[in-house]
Design a protein around this ligand. Sequence first.
Ligand SMILES: Cc1cc2nc3c(=O)[nH]c(=O)nc-3n(C[C@H](O)[C@H](O)[C@H](O)COP(=O)(O)OP(=O)(O)OC[C@H]3O[C@@H](n4cnc5c(N)ncnc54)[C@H](O)[C@@H]3O)c2cc1C
Length: 332
Amino acid sequence: MPPPNSGCSTTSHTKGFITDELVYHKPNGERRFSLDRATIAATTGPRSITILRGDLEAVLYEKVRDHAEIRFGATLTTVDQDEHTVRVTLTDGTTQEGDLLIGADGLHSATRALLFGPEEDFLLDLEHKVAVYMLDKRPATVATGATGTLSSGGRTAAVISIPDGRNVAFFGYRASHARPGEDVATELQRVYGDLGWIIPEALAGLQRAESVYFDTISQVVAASWSKGRVVLLGDAAWCVTLFAGYGSSLAVGGADRLGTELAAHPGDVPAALAAWEAAIRPEAERKQKLGRRVKGVYAPTSPLLLWLSLLPLRLAALPPVRRYMTRRFIKG
Ligand SMILES: Cc1cc2nc3c(=O)[nH]c(=O)nc-3n(C[C@H](O)[C@H](O)[C@H](O)COP(=O)(O)OP(=O)(O)OC[C@H]3O[C@@H](n4cnc5c(N)ncnc54)[C@H](O)[C@@H]3O)c2cc1C
């Protein structure tokens, strides 16, 4: 795995943030409507925090670095196991053996490919793509700490200004995967090039970005998450996608529960894995269903669908609805 992308030594509490204002724009940049901080907090609920994926990775890394051996830049090339032990060979030429191999290596898991079968047997294509990268400059029309977003013709784009001064560009759009892939800059330009507002500025920022996340949006559907002494965890096993949210919570919660079940079944890895999968699978499948439902309203194709998809948020912005949600979710 590559090293975490920020050398932060802080906790998820100091890296987490709530957007001050969420502004929905028209393609020409005019404001449609906005949600203030209190409304956003009321809609997401008191237990929700926003944290960049790289920051979360860095926070977790800080917690484990003194207790676990971590080798960056190495991946596994072979796995073999018997009733008692599992052995892996790594790309750095070394071998390792242990009681259990946990493949927490994400949507395109190498562990899954080696042990369970080719990726295409597991990925359910949700017919969208996503590109995310850091911007070196905040567009002037997005206030510090605010998020500006627009949706038009099957495309959604957002710029998220984080209170600590960093800025994120986010593009999510409908895409036919039958179409041959292009490089990210060409593809984003083709898909978003006709839009105004801050889109040209955000697209130009890609040239200066250190890295970009660019991928199809796909769920992972696997009938079983373990084979003997090898188990898949997180996106590698059950990716729910960003449509559902909850992917990080499920990954971290799934890891925690795995530890609990291993402790509860000392010396019996198969029993621990069976108990673990029975506990996690219903929730993962519920979130996958949610993801498939939300896919249709994520980047609506027509103005009517867009209006309908934004209606709940417009209602949430009304003071009586907001007061109700605050009572129900924040103080309740
Ligand atoms: C654009 C976007 C927005 C999202 N928004 C949300 C959200 O709002 N809320 C939410 O809860 N979730 C969200 N998610 C989902 C969330 O990011 C994932 O569900 C979560 O990161 C899954 O964690 P994971 O550890 O299973 O996999 P990952 O976070 O993908 O981590 C996998 C790790 O394995 C490493 N790795 C990969 N291949 C190998 C290999 N061959 N050998 C060794 N290491 C390897 C990778 O470098 C990485 O460190 C979003 C995802 C995306 C893409």
